[in-house]
Design a protein around this ligand. Sequence first.
Ligand code: PMP
Length: 403
Amino acid sequence: MPPYAEDPQDVQDPSEGPDPRRTAFAWTEAAARQRAEAGLVRTLRPRAAESELLDLASNDYLGLTRRPEITEAAAEAARRWGAGSTGSRLVTGSTRLHARLERELAEFCGFEAALVFSSGYTANLAALTALSSRDGLIVSDSGNHASIVDGCRLSRAETAVVPHADPEAVAKTLGAHPGRRGLAVSDSVFSVDGDKAPLAALAAACRAHGAGLVVDDAHGLGVLGDGGRGALHEAGLAGAPDVVATLTLSKSLGSQGGAVLGPARVIEHLVNAARTFIFDTGLAPAATGAALASLRLIAAEPALAARSRTVATTLHRLLSDAGLTAVRPDAAVVSVRAPGPNEALRWAADCRELGLAVGCFRPPSVPDGISRLRLTARADLTDAEIGRAVATILRTAPEGAAV
Ligand code: PMP
């Protein structure tokens, strides 16, 4: 039988079936075995609508995704505008709801203009591909999110990966390539350890070399800055002519989707040049309406952002006082180190058995190879829930987790 016959049934006795060693994806079994040996198997666990678990694993930082006024806004938007947006943004997929969200997002965060995408992932791909070019240079932090890494690859620009949170390395790299169209890109708050990027120093490094700065504020919006206006607002960089922010609407806004914020001329360029904007269906009205309602709610309740930061520092204090290696959080992500990937997995499973959902980060999601539990400091956690979560984490801690 030829290795890739159009239809194996044509050339083989159907009763024999295809030879499993020769089918196209047989190699995935060897990959699965390697993953199992390394303790890196990932599995889906569909949750029930009414889960009994105490949630410290989701990205619902402000506890908005199930607030009745937000779900009602989603339902109302679907009733009014339809279940889908019906097309790409440049054809039929832009509603007045999208335009309103863009206006209010830009205004809240302090930028001139905004553009909404179907996800934070596509927003990062858009910013990096449209603002760089084959002969450009992108300087990227080694701890950046996968969507930034993919954006750099897709841009075809030369990408220099620099050590984590190192503005001097950024300045040096930009300085070594004078005359190139330069861009530096960083998460504002890093997903793994929850630490903040040195944004002011990064902006200064970029300015010294005429480069643009792209900051992914996925974890900063709703948590950092005055009333949750984000890390760039906090750093005094919102609205600067050489700074662009990318966002997800899926964390503090409790919805789905993404956005790019920046000078009007940059946003206008993205509308015309960003392939993940042009060729992707517009964000669904329900997600757009929910994000807009959340944004308005955050603006009306500025204490929410501060509460999530307080929950984070309380979690960190209680865990580190008990001897666990927890990184001091700059926003709503609290990271606790585990001795290894198998221990991290078992630790998270043991927490789950006791009614607590925590995140588990293992390679390749951790750039330094250190596995961790990852806790979300939700603004709506009560002090009693925080106490219960900490007690559960301590009770299930594996040997070697404490310092
Ligand atoms: N950037 C960062 C830092 C993220 O954590 C995420 C989401 N995990 C994204 C971008 C992608 O956003 P979305 O899930 O909306 O695609």
